[in-house]
Design a protein around this ligand. Structure first.
Ligand code: PLP
Length: 379
């Protein structure tokens, strides 16, 4: 291994949304950012560009487009074209814009990443929320409930894959079912795939690759923020194979800002030059996932939680140990900040970010034991 993810990095006093939000005695495991240093190839590219002292308006380079096309081909064995792409600074604003390209409302599933619920809502759309089927903590689409909830005015299906917060990576069969449902109701699928490289159990399948309907009726987003740990360096992009939908999206996103020169360099550094770093990151994250899952199973057998197939986020219900085991309870009693499940549409759960050093994760488990199993520790 050439990269050591086990080294603690002090991020306090850097205006970190993770480390500077809570008091110093709180272990922050909430917002979806990792505690690891980024790939050195990215730093190098940014530094190179920094050393030229003119930071003017920029045009995306051919190298950038080639990098994105090559990345899709290498990762997903699928060929896309530069004129399918729209470069963006972030996915959240684009989730709002997507819902405005045509009249009609949004249907989506819960729990779900809050911006999939709120961005279209703030853009003036109704958002029909349909719970995922929860079969003993295996989450899947409930097409009967979706059929029941959909209205003739619904135009968009918002999909999160890999799914934050439940950690599902949807199979080809499931995505084909989403495509068939969308075709039946004449929907455009807006697929948020920001976690697509954080895949443990199977390879990720971009929505636009599953069939012709999906290809011609979708907007798919991804970004460097999660996998390359740079949500503070804004670079995202949309893949929109259908030129009519792309045109509508571009018109409505006219006023969105575009990635700047350093963000573009970061994207090239990430997608073209950080393969080994990513490979080693995934080994480390997988071990953290397995460790946490095993600790939950053995130490907290009454906790309810899904197996994480992708993302570095563990969704957990500890209500069997405390009647109100929400994020405020854990912040106060265990001195750990988790994300509250209510943000995603289910107040019975909390979300644990396990993209930290193993020591941090072990410390979190110890704090949980003290709070949830006080009698066991006393004997
Ligand atoms: C599913 C999902 N989409 C989007 C984002 C944020 O995207 P961006 O920072 O590009 O706006 C996150 C951040 O956690 C996320 O989990």
């Amino acid at each position: 291994m050439s990269f050591n993810f086990n080294i603690p990095i002090n991020s306090r006093n850097t205006n970190s949304a993770k480390w500077d939000r809570y008091a110093k005695d709180i272990l922050p495991m909430h917002v979806a950012v990792m505690d690891f240093a980024i790939s050195p190839a990215i730093t190098e590219r940014i530094q190179n560009r920094l050393s030229h002292p003119v930071y003017g308006y920029t045009m995306p380079s051919k190298q950038l487009y080639d990098t994105l096309l090559q990345w899709v081909e290498t990762e997903f064995h699928y060929k896309i074209f530069a004129d399918w792409l729209v470069l963006l600074e972030g996915i959240v604003p684009a989730l709002g814009v997507s819902a405005t390209i045509l009249p009609g409302d949004v249907i989506t599933t819960t729990p779900n990443y809050h911006a999939l619920l709120h961005a279209p809502l703030r853009a003036g759309k109704n958002v029909i929320q349909v719970p995922l089927k929860n079969d003993n903590e295996h989450y899947s689409f409930d097409f009967d409930a979706l059929e029941e909830a959909i209205t003739p005015n619904t135009k968009f299906f918002y999909l999160c894959n890999p799914h934050n917060p439940v950690g599902r990576m949807y199979t080809k069969e499931e995505l084909l079912e989403v495509s068939a449902f969308a075709q039946k109701h004449d929907l455009i699928v807006v697929s948020d795939e920001i976690h697509c490289e954080l895949a443990f159990d199977r390879v990720h399948i971009p929505f636009y690759t599953v069939d012709e309907y999906a290809k011609n009726h979708s907007i798919t987003f991804t970004a460097i923020g999660k996998t390359y740990n740079m949500p503070g360096v804004n670079f995202a992009f949309a893949v929109i194979p259908n030129p009519d939908i792309k045109k509508l999206f571009q018109e409505k996103s006219y006023a969105l800002s575009r990635p700047g020169i350093f963000n573009q360099e970061a994207a090239i550094g990430a997608y073209a030059y950080s393969l080994q770093w990513k490979h080693e990151l995934l080994v480390y994250l997988r071990e953290n996932r397995d460790y946490l899952e095993n600790e939950l199973k053995t130490k907290f057998p009454l906790a309810k939680f899904p197996h994480v197939e992708g993302t570095y986020l563990q969704w957990v219900n500890f209500n069997a140990y405390h009647p109100n085991a929400n994020s405020s309870f854990f912040e106060k009693e265990a001195k750990i900040a988790f994300t509250n499940g209510a943000n995603f549409g289910d107040e019975n759960y909390i979300r644990i970010n396990f993209a930290c050093t193993r020591d941090t994760l072990e410390e979190a488990v110890t704090r949980l034991e003290h709070v949830l199993l006080p009698n066991k520790l006393a004997v």
